[in-house]
Design a protein around this ligand. Structure first.
Ligand code: NAP
Length: 280
């Protein structure tokens, strides 16, 4: 089985980003990471994104607010970041605390700065197959992993386990745009094992540690594991039992070291696109 390493895909995206920035003068594009509270998962993602973007020569600033901030105060603070001309793109770490009406923020965010595709305008574009918007970075990262490794998508039986608005649903639209034949699975899916086994491209985005074992993976399948979980020994793992598929899958992404590294590279590419579009 060939291991599809995220670092290699990320390095190629870095080259693209550097080409996009040729001729750029003045301070590098700036990402604003907006975080409410101190969720350790958010803070770890924030650190990873900051490190990656800075290694691409981009600027990152964190805007953090207490977990008990009121809806009105958060909206005022968010509006200021949204309108700041020095900020080219925004990453909002979610979910937000319950007192903040997240739906309002999704409508407030400037679609041109909405790098993770949470605004209705960007969601509509993803579903319409219009590439001028921003798709959620993780969903796009899955497509990047396939394309950068020259894995054909057209006509392939593609099974996506998970139907969230962050991964499963937008990814199914992005894969459809690439002419895959897409099946979306979820907790009510019957015959999940058999459906997954029939996939030529299998994407796991369920958030269940090592749930997809050898029985779920067909011979020569390409497996992309989006899951980030902690196993019974406290170690990071994906939704796929990586050891159990070694003899059946043709290729698979590891966790850690797979899709996660590509997600932050896609975020960097989105930031540069947003900055270039704003300048035009
Ligand atoms: P989510 O909102 O919890 O959605 C999980 C989806 O998986 C749901 O649609 C759920 O079905 C389905 N599901 C859960 N258990 C299942 C089962 N036993 N059988 C079939 N379907 C099942 O999660 P998410 O935000 O999409 O994230 C999914 C995973 O990706 C998580 O591990 C998360 O940490 C990871 N993630 C990684 C990145 C990255 O950069 N690599 C970024 C974002 C998320 P129902 O709709 O029926 O409930």
């Amino acid at each position: 089985m060939i291991v599809l390493k995220g670092a290699e895909v990320s390095a190629r995206i870095k080259e693209q980003v550097q080409r996009m920035l040729e001729g750029w003068d003045g301070p590098a594009p700036k990402l604003a990471i907006v975080r409410v509270g101190e969720n350790p998962d958010d803070m770890s993602y924030e650190r990873g994104a900051k490190k990656k973007l800075e290694s691409f020569g981009l600027r990152v600033d964190s805007y953090t607010y207490p977990a008990d901030i009121s809806d009105a105060d958060f909206k005022e603070a968010f509006r200021a970041v949204n309108e700041d001309r020095d900020v080219s793109g925004i990453l909002l770490l979610r979910p937000l605390p319950k007192q903040i009406r997240e739906k309002d923020i999704e409508k407030m965010i400037d679609p041109g700065k909405d790098l993770d595709g949470i605004s209705p305008a960007n969601i509509a574009k993803v579903f319409a197959g219009d590439a001028s918007g921003f798709a959620p970075c993780t969903a796009e990262a899955v497509v990047e992993v396939l394309k950068q490794n020259d894995i054909g998508i057209t006509g392939k039986r593609t099974v996506i386990v998970g139907r969230s608005m962050v991964v499963g649903k937008p990814l199914s639209m992005l894969m459809l745009k690439e002419n895959a034949t897409v099946t979306i699975c979820h907790t009510r899916t019957k015959d999940l094992e058999e459906t997954c086994r029939g996939a030529e491209i299998l994407v796991a985005a369920a958030g269940r540690a090592k749930m997809l074992n050898g029985e779920y993976v067909g011979k020569e399948a390409v497996v992309v594991d989006v899951g980030i979980n902690v196993d019974e020994n406290g170690k990071l793992c994906g939704d796929v039992d990586f050891e159990a598929i070694q003899d059946t899958a043709a290729m698979a992404t590891p966790v850690p070291g797979g899709v996660g590294a590509v997600t932050t590279a896609v975020l960097a590419k989105h930031l540069v696109r947003a900055a270039l579009e704003r300048r035009r």
